[in-house]
Design a protein. Structure first.
Length: 307
């Protein structure tokens, strides 16, 4: 059965059938997936029974993997390998985190609109999020198409944003939910970074906004003015016409392009129901400032995984 992609939204998002990602590697699959991401930006793969090794193996076919920011602190016992961002409500003993758990507070910022790792000099490119356990209600993930949002801007705003640079910082986004419990080691490892507000992607040949709750202010503008402007851009880009909501089922795998989408988690009863979600993210090819002057999106070499 050939791979098929069914559109789930008028602007973006596709549901993929005809592929089993839990088995051995097919050298053609990464190229097919990347081409589909150029069109849809977000891909849904239902019923993929992935284990950790297979998820990591699959992600590596799209480029080098990030290390989770959770691995920076040596005093925090991790539940998962360092390649994973553990966006679950589970602690290192695999039990539900308590209401006053510090990492639970840290993860509340995932309910803000963001794109993965824009706070790193070389930000995230593709994210692969696997649902192992899901709550009976809530916990959806919403996505916004920043290409369509850019296209819908009026010409004056397009001229304003064209050469803007925003400073991104995880300390800014976490401060928005009241989390400030960062060690000196974490602050040294994750300094604020500049990122372009507008990007051009090679694969889709489309311009896109590049926004996130991590974006603190516009470089060269008064801080207050820049924050208001970024807030207005995010409000514009997350209108219902640009947004898709995914209702999770155990076994779902979602892959999305961080360079042209925003996403956020929706609330659920995280003190009483388990939600085990494991994300692996690949690194982009360079800082957005370094990519200026040529198109983003040089394809990674696809390497088959050994078993």
């Amino acid at each position: 059965m050939p791979i098929r992609v069914k559109s789930l939204h008028p602007l973006f998002v596709g549901s993929v059938s005809g592929v089993d990602l839990s088995g051995g590697s097919d050298r053609k699959i990464p190229g097919v997936i990347e081409a589909a991401l150029d069109r849809h930006a977000v891909l849904v793969f239902p019923g993929q029974a992935l284990d950790d090794e297979r998820q990591i193996c699959l992600a590596r076919q799209f480029g080098p993997l990030e290390k989770s920011i959770g691995a920076i602190r040596k005093d925090r016992k991790a539940r998962l390998r360092s390649e994973f961002a553990d966006v679950s409500n589970l602690n290192s003993n695999n039990g539900i985190r308590s209401q006053d758990d510090a990492w639970r507070m840290m993860l509340l910022a995932n309910e803000l609109w963001h794109t993965d790792s824009s706070f790193k000099r070389v930000p995230g490119k593709f994210s692969l999020l696997s649902a192992r356990e899901v709550p009976p209600a809530g916990g959806e993930t919403e996505f916004a198409d920043l290409r369509a949002a850019y296209d819908a801007l009026d010409e004056r705003t397009k001229q304003i944003v064209e050469d803007l640079v925003a400073e991104h910082s995880i300390f800014h986004s976490r401060s928005l939910v009241g989390y400030t419990d960062f060690t000196d080691e974490e602050r040294a490892a994750l300094p604020p970074v500049p990122q372009r507000v507008v990007r051009m992607l090679l694969g889709s040949r489309r311009k896109t906004l590049y926004l996130a709750s991590h974006a603190s202010h516009i470089v060269g503008w008064p801080v207050g003015r820049g924050r208001r402007f970024l807030r207005d851009l995010i409000d514009f880009a997350t209108q219902p016409r640009f947004v898709y909501q995914h209702r999770w089922h155990a076994g779902d795998l979602l892959i999305w392009d961080n360079r042209c989408t925003l996403h956020r988690a929706r609330p659920y009863d995280d003190l009483n129901h388990r939600r085990d979600m494991r994300r692996v993210t690949t690194e982009d090819s360079a800082s957005t400032l370094e990519l200026r002057g040529h198109h983003d999106g040089i394809s990674a070499t696809h390497n088959a995984c050994s078993h």
